[in-house]
Design a protein around this ligand. Structure first.
Ligand SMILES: [Zn+2]
Length: 414
């Protein structure tokens, strides 16, 4: 299908139920919402005028299904999942959780895995099938794999660019200072096309918070890239690093371009310390990513949102060497966030939903998001009365629309 054909395509979607309960019709031209009107209205005059005399617009009746913006998968690892490949039984660490030992298990598992591009495609289609059309993937960069993962995943991104928008983070899986040559590889990865520079536990892994963050933020400034740091350190040590990241973000004027993934430390400090950290993160414009992991304290979503922090989410690991869980379904992730956060009221369930949609789009800096005129017509139609019910019921009968075209139905690619 040529670009020209797409640009002239027009589709009318009738009877979409919006989050506020109203029924609307969408007019889509060239893959974007050109008008949104109460159900039953005639197309706006300029809708027909965009491509006069070409073809009659297709009409799709959504029949009162709940229609929401496509989900935002804000943290995933496209290069290291075995989803769709042979099952890899989880190997426990020998003496408590140890990142280096897990990286060694990962190297062993990857040596016998299906080609990376194929595994990445499996995972990507899992996510699209469930309704995510924007994704941020961390991609491993270290002395052992060099830039090979980045090169493969960049090619995957290019191949599927019409299906899903992907941001890539150059991720120093083996640390930076403790893995000689990694800073140079991160620099190269950003030159090749990664959008963000990652980091990994500056204190507990590299044992040098300033040294680690110096490399990360210097590279971000050099390339005009964003920052998204894996931070698993808990308690006061975790909080200290969150504060350091916020201070640097503010000093460098990088508000809206920096995220901390996991930030477990925010989950096991007193409420007044959370409020203080939240105010600092909000003022600095640093977003927090949590996947509401099963066996960890995690950042208090409601308290951080209350403080004005952008909290977003992602599947993180799916069937990889770190854990066997994950289903690539961000609606189910909203359910997990709500469940683990003790969210019961409708407004709380709506907050969990916001984490996987609007807040995710904000964290990823998407200007072109939502069911609004001018945005890309990327949306999900599903059987649910409203958003709170969708979060608790997680209906699997969904149709996923990318630029106004159905690309997946009931979890399967079209
Ligand atoms: Zn991760």
């Amino acid at each position: 299908m040529s670009e020209r054909t797409i640009l002239s395509e027009q589709t009318i979607f009738r009877n979409a139920k919006l989050a506020d309960g109203s029924l609307a019709d969408f007019f889509v031209t060239g893959g974007r919402f050109s008008a949104i009107a109460p159900a039953g209205k005639a197309p706006p005059a300029d809708f027909a005028a965009v491509a006069p005399g070409t073809v009659d617009p297709a009409i799709i009746d959504l029949d009162g299904q709940l229609v929401v913006p496509a989900f935002v998968e804000g943290h995933i690892h496209l290069d290291t999942s075995f989803y769709g490949d042979a099952w890899r039984p989880h190997i426990p660490c020998t003496n408590g959780f140890d990142v280096r030992e897990r990286v060694a298990f990962q190297a062993r598992n990857l040596a016998g895995a299906a080609p990376m591009a194929e595994r990445a495609k499996n995972q990507l289609e899992l996510c699209v099938g469930n309704g995510s059309l924007v994704m941020r993937s961390h991609v491993m960069v270290d002395a052992s794999v060099g830039l090979s993962h980045v090169e493969t995943i960049l090619a995957v991104r290019e191949k599927y660019r019409d299906l899903i928008d992907i941001q890539l983070v150059a991720f120093p899986q083996s640390g930076i200072l403790s893995s000689p040559g990694t800073a140079e590889l991160l620099d190269e990865a950003l030159k090749l096309g990664c959008d963000l520079v990652g980091g990994l536990d500056p204190a507990s892994f590299d044992r040098d918070v300033n040294g680690h963050l110096d490399v990360v933020f210097t590279l971000a400034q050099k390339h005009g890239a964003g920052v998204d740091i894996h931070l698993h350190d808990g308690g006061a040590l975790g909080l200290f690093q969150v504060e350091e990241i916020a201070a640097r973000t503010k000093a460098l004027g990088m508000a809206g371009h920096v995220a901390v993934s996991h930030a477990y430390g925010l989950g096991d400090i007193p409420a007044d310390a959370v409020a203080k950290a939240g105010a600092m993160l909000a003022a600095a414009g640093v977003a927090i990513m949590t996947n509401a992991p099963g066996n960890h304290a995690f950042p208090p979503v409601a308290a951080l949102r209350q403080a004005g922090v952008t909290v977003f989410s992602g599947s993180d690991n799916i069937r990889d060497s770190w854990w066997p869980y994950g289903d690539g379904d961000m609606l189910n992730r909203a359910n997990m966030i709500g469940y683990r956060s003790g969210f019961y009221e409708d407004r709380e369930l709506e907050a969990a939903f916001d984490v996987v949609t609007r807040a995710g789009a904000s964290a990823l800096g998407l200007a072109d998001y939502g069911i609004v005129v001018g945005a890309s017509a990327d949306f999900v139609a599903m059987s649910a009365q409203h958003v709170p019910e969708a979060v608790v019921a997680v209906p699997k009968d969904r149709t996923v629309y990318r630029r106004g075209r159905a690309v997946a139905k009931d979890g399967k690619m079209g």
